[in-house]
Design a protein around this ligand. Structure first.
Ligand SMILES: [Zn+2]
Length: 238
């Protein structure tokens, strides 16, 4: 049976903060458990400021720095749990073993919805590989031949990539995150290694908030955009 929890799977540690930190905080605030799986620390490709510290840090020090930032951000957002698979990045390896690990998490958590990267991202193939492995894991989690603890088919939603047009990202869900914006902002600021993204993701949230406000009941100020991979099933259209 599908539960009411949320599972977030990202290629790199920063991704869950910039792209769906509001969704994490919003659901956590509603008492819905949110589990985060980071496939890598993003130590090679998304930790530029950490590498430029003096004296020059070791790879393990950069990874430890990013882990500490991600743990602080996840705690601020109210995530129930965050797992670090430490698979390496740029490139992130795609493997059957990782698909199996994500499938086990899906079977254990039984999420109603899985948030992850979009299918396409020509500038960051780690994100595409994560999408592929999540879809593979979801398929595996539904297959009775892999064990009796099968999961029900979770919705998969892609969160907004850094360059949406390049990724053919066409959002069909706008989430009003105005009530938890301060929390998301604190979580972003808990990631000083990617300080260069703070202002950008505030602008993205304002942009999506303005769009959400045109369709919502209340005037949203801050928003996040998502694209459902599977159709929503409803019993009524009104
Ligand atoms: Zn990333």
């Amino acid at each position: 049976m599908t539960g009411t929890s949320l599972l977030v799977v990202t290629a790199h540690v920063g991704d869950f903060v910039w792209r769906c930190g509001g969704a994490i905080a919003l659901h956590a605030k509603q008492g819905i458990p949110v589990h985060v799986v980071c496939l890598s620390f993003g130590e090679n490709g998304e930790s530029n400021a950490a590498w430029s510290a003096a004296p020059a840090p070791s790879r393990e020090e950069v990874k430890a720095c990013r882990r500490a930032e991600a743990e602080t951000a996840a705690t601020l957002l109210g995530a129930a749990h965050v797992d670090f698979l430490d698979l390496g990045d740029y490139p992130l390896p795609e493997s059957t073993a990782t698909v199996q690990r994500i499938a086990q998490a899906i079977r254990r958590i039984k999420p109603a919805t899985i948030l992850t990267h979009p299918e396409r991202d020509p500038s960051n193939l780690d994100h595409c590989r994560t999408f592929n492995m999540v879809l593979g894991a979801r398929m595996m989690a539904l297959a009775p031949g892999h064990g009796a603890d099968i999961a029900s088919p979770a919705q998969v939603m892609s969160f907004e990539p850094h360059q949406p047009e390049l990724c053919d990202f066409k959002p069909n869900v706008m989430l009003d995150i105005s009530d938890v914006w301060d929390t998301k902002k604190q979580a972003m600021q808990a990631m000083p290694t990617q300080k260069n993204l703070w202002a950008y993701y505030e602008r993205v949230a304002l942009q999506r908030g303005a769009q959400a406000g045109r369709r919502g009941q209340s005037a949203a100020v801050y928003g996040e955009a998502f694209q459902s991979i599977f159709p929503a099933v409803r019993s009524s259209l009104v």
